[in-house]
Ligand binder design. Structure first.
Ligand SMILES: NC(=O)c1ccc[n+]([C@@H]2O[C@H](COP(=O)([O-])OP(=O)(O)OC[C@H]3O[C@@H](n4cnc5c(N)ncnc54)[C@H](OP(=O)(O)O)[C@@H]3O)[C@@H](O)[C@H]2O)c1
Length: 310
């Protein structure tokens, strides 16, 4: 398959490029500012994705069988800080790609977020449940789902993804990389003991996206996540144990939502996803936490600290 990949330098995009190359697909990756190595790409373009004309020119040059959209402003705090740029990347880009996919009869695979929901209930959210975002990022992700569906109902699949672990090109993007960065900087990781998530790795999500490129009958909004629900605090403890770090070298403090009411206003307490129907029709399986930990690397920027034993 000829695949056009946006966000090729991001956590999920880079994992997707590696997964697609292992199966012999020809991937053209679009990056923004990243200049480092990206294994798995057949070719690479530096394009500002807010520039619709430049993006359209690349898509028409590649004439892809599938477009995989991994570009976004993916941090809720950054979205709040720069809503206009975030709207362009999180919403308008999805609409443009859906329009181009329809024009070219290409598949569009797009990513949304578990943050479509408010996390006020403990039962898993199903794909048909009413959305209830509590921050701008969540609202933009829902708008992007709607844009993809409106422009390309028979071509597009949008996967709502959970909190992501995994190994990013810069080593600073995923949950475990951020916790490691705190430890390497001599800081205590402050982790909520009453916020529950169902993480998976970017590598596992990439396998799902790749399957969806070929499964053109699966359209609309779909859910994917890991097999285990866990608090952020328990996740930190599991990470520390997996990498055999002592509490002195890798300190963790449990915090609660009641202690941080301002932050809790825009953070969901409990996000669990019902994975039907995807889990019943894909070959990729939801990962247990143990399977995820086994895939994680010590981020490059923390390796000196890690191996120093100090
Ligand atoms: N990370 C999570 O925990 C998580 C959870 C659920 C859903 N998601 C969703 O999963 C998708 C992928 O997220 P991610 O975590 O992989 O994102 P990420 O690591 O933050 O990567 C974002 C990508 O977008 C590119 N980009 C941003 N602005 C650009 C611009 N103006 N022009 C060109 N490229 C631009 C970046 O390129 P450069 O770096 O080269 O500039 C980078 O490749 C997003 O839709 C996100 O909302 C993420």
């Amino acid at each position: 398959m000829r695949i056009l990949l946006t966000g090729a330098s991001g956590l999920v995009g880079a994992a997707f490029a590696r997964a697609a190359a292992r199966r012999g697909h020809a991937v053209t990756g679009i990056v923004g500012g990243f200049t480092g190595e990206l294994p798995g790409l057949l070719s690479r373009r530096t394009v500002d994705l807010c520039d619709e004309a430049a993006l359209t020119a690349v898509v028409l040059e590649v004439l892809p069988d599938a477009i995989v959209n991994c570009a976004a402003v993916s941090e809720p705090a950054v979205v709040e800080h720069d809503p206009a740029r975030s709207q362009a990347l999180n919403v308008a880009l999805a609409a443009t790609l859906a329009r181009l996919a329809r024009k070219l009869n290409a598949r569009l695979v797009h990513i949304s977020s578990e943050q479509a929901f408010d996390g006020a209930r403990t039962a898993p959210y199903a794909i048909g449940d009413a959305t209830s975002p509590i921050n701008l990022y969540g609202r933009q992700k829902i708008a992007s789902e709607q844009a993809a569906h409106a422009m390309a109902p028979d071509f597009s699949a949008t996967v709502r993804a959970p909190l992501l672990m995994g190994n990013s090109p810069g080593g600073k993007r995923s949950t475990h990389e951020r916790i490691f960065a705190d430890w390497a900087a001599g800081k205590t990781a402050q982790l909520f003991s009453d916020e529950f998530r169902q993480p998976c790795t970017a590598e596992n999500l990439a396998e799902v996206l790749l399957e969806l490129c070929a499964r053109r009958g699966l359209c609309g909004v779909l859910h994917w996540a890991g097999a285990d629900l866990i608090s952020r605090h328990a996740l930190g403890l599991a990470l520390r144990e997996h990498f055999k770090l002592s509490p002195q070298r890798a300190p963790i403090t449990a915090i609660t939502r009641a202690e941080k009411p301002e932050a809790a206003r825009t953070r969901q307490a409990h996000l669990a996803l019902d994975l039907a129907p995807l889990v019943n029709v894909l070959n990729t399986r939801p990962q247990t936490l143990a399977e995820q930990l086994a895939e994680l690397h010590v981020p490059l920027s923390c390796q000196e600290w890690y191996s120093s034993g100090k």
